[in-house]
Ligand binder design. Structure first.
Ligand code: FAD
Length: 473
């Protein structure tokens, strides 16, 4: 009955703007690591769900890399069936509170929302987050009937790709163990994305959803050093293995001065802050002296996180240095807006050519050059062209590199698995690697991408692994 009522809704009857989500004041939030956005109340969620036309052939679901049945869960919210709505999501994705916060919905489900042609699209991500948060608050669990099938599956890496693959294999009845090198699970969700965007307790709660399916998560286990992939499918007796080890190796520019004290990668800065709690020094034993002025090179999500973390760690001036313009920057619009509100200074069309020494081995500044935009390059973005004679100096104490990452190399170094020429794992279209029974997906195959694409890859590999293990769908 609910659905009939909603199908008759007309665009002209809908509230044109999406329901506002409350947010921490910029002046206050730069002093703390608390979450920037507060999420919807039940009333907000009901109002926003009321803006959905519940399209019979929902484009939003087609645009979702993990195929969440979006129209159904929104309809269930409208009907007041919040738990049912959460179960609809967790059928496809165990991490709605995570994905509702960090997915680039504007390019996926919300980007194709039918009402978006005339009004603001339905805030699908905020609704997803509302359900995820409510499930955590109210302790909901999803425990489908699982028939054990006696197959053992090993997952290497506990990032989004590994988690999604583990969930599907566990639901299919396999005995699943996830091996994680770090002392806490979650991959980039844990060590990369800061608490003010994705609190630890959200990750903990949603990893618990995985444990509730019977998955074992074994941390402090560096596969390749403790045992190899070949040993996993050999003497350790795993019937199939999935590799989701991500792309965590930072890139540098190879310019003079990169050896100086005060030069670090965004991953190091963020890991020290997020995983090792440098923000709570000396409460946690992780020193991180950034000095007064910090420059971050790059303008993707990682750069925005490094900039905003530096501010919260006490730097007085934090600058983004990027060789293209705002229009080409890969970060989500919301992240750039939040960074601007917080007082980050943007040096567009600029890049360093040298990092300058204070005479004692520490950074004192950066020599930079300005660019103009030329013809589009192979990425389709206009190529930055250096402007002769435009050199200038920036006074900085710390330089943070956020210009992209490469594959984590250990698996490639310790097994005979085939790699492509950039060092990422080579797979066929079903994500099978060169070793029988071993699959791979996420950033270790594609290079740095997004949480939801990694989860989509984990699910795709799981489908192929089930076929390989002859487990009926
Ligand atoms: P990862 O998340 O990298 O997880 C890989 C895991 O494998 C890690 O835990 C690692 O410790 C473990 N591992 C590696 N080698 C071994 C080994 N040999 N043995 C055992 N374990 C191993 N995407 C978005 O969609 N939205 C965002 O807002 C966003 N922000 C980001 C911010 C930052 C700072 C960064 C770095 C990335 C961001 N991304 C974002 C990208 C997104 O996080 C990644 O694309 C995604 O996490 C990739 O998932 P994955 O599972 O492939 O790898």
């Amino acid at each position: 009955m609910g659905s009939e009522k909603k199908k008759r809704k007309k665009i002209s009857e809908l509230q044109p703007e999406r329901t506002h989500m409350p947010i921490q004041d910029p002046a206050e939030r730069i002093e703390n690591f608390d979450e920037v956005t507060f999420g919807y109340s039940e009333e907000d969620a009901l109002r926003e769900a009321g803006r959905c036309l519940v399209c019979p052939k929902a484009k939003c679901t087609e645009a979702c890399p993990v195929s969440i049945d979006i129209a159904t869960f929104i309809e269930q919210i409208s009907d007041g069936d919040f738990r049912g709505a959460w179960l609809t999501i967790t059928d496809a994705n165990l991490m709605p509170a995570v994905c509702g916060r960090v997915c680039p919905q504007e390019d996926q489900c919300e980007g194709v929302c039918v009402i978006g042609k005339k009004l603001e699209p339905v805030a699908i991500g905020r609704l997803e987050r509302y359900l995820g948060d409510r499930a955590i608050r109210e302790g909901w669990t999803a425990q489908p009937d699982i028939e054990p099938n006696g197959k053992r599956v090993g997952i290497v890496g506990s990032g989004p790709a590994g988690i999604a693959c583990a969930a599907d294999m566990a639901k299919a009845g396999c005995e699943v163990t996830v091996f994680e090198a770090l002392h806490k699970p979650g991959g980039v969700l844990r060590y990369g994305i800061p608490e003010f965007r994705l609190p630890d307790e959200v990750i903990d709660a949603e990893v618990e959803n995985l444990r509730n399916l019977g998955v074992r998560v074994q941390c402090n286990t560096l596969v390749g050093r403790l045992f190899t992939i070949e040993q996993m499918v050999g003497e350790l007796g795993f019937d199939a293995v999935f590799i989701g080890t991500g792309a965590g190796t930072p890139r540098f520019m190879n310019i003079p001065g990169e050896y100086l004290n005060g030069v670090l990668s965004a991953n190091e800065l963020l890991t020290r802050c997020n995983l090792m709690k440098a923000g709570d020094f000396p409460g946690h034993d992780t020193p991180l002296g950034l000095g007064r002025k910090v420059a971050v090179i790059g303008a993707g999500n990682t750069a925005m996180d490094a900039l905003r973390v530096s501010l919260r760690l006490g730097a007085e001036q934090v600058m983004c240095v990027y060789r293209r313009t705002f229009d080409e920057s890969p970060a989500r619009l919301e992240e750039i807006e939040h960074a601007e509100e917080e007082g980050i200074v943007f040096h567009w069309l600029s890049a360093p050519t040298e990092i300058l020494d204070d005479g004692e081995g520490n950074v004192r500044g950066m020599r930079c050059i300005r660019f103009e935009l030329g013809e589009p390059d192979e990425s389709g973005r206009r190529r930055p062209v250096p402007l002769e004679g435009s050199e200038f100096e920036l006074e900085v104490d710390t330089v943070v590199y956020a210009i992209g990452t490469d594959a984590n190399p250990i698996i490639g170094q310790t097994s005979d698995i085939a790699l492509n020429r950039w060092g990422f794992i080579d797979t066929d279209e079903n994500l099978a690697t060169s070793i029988p029974g071993v699959y791979a997906g996420g950033d270790i195959v594609t290079g740095g991408a997004t949480v939801i694409l990694a989860m989509g890859a984990g699910r795709k590999a799981a489908r192929a692994m089930k076929q390989y293990l002859e487990i009926p769908e």
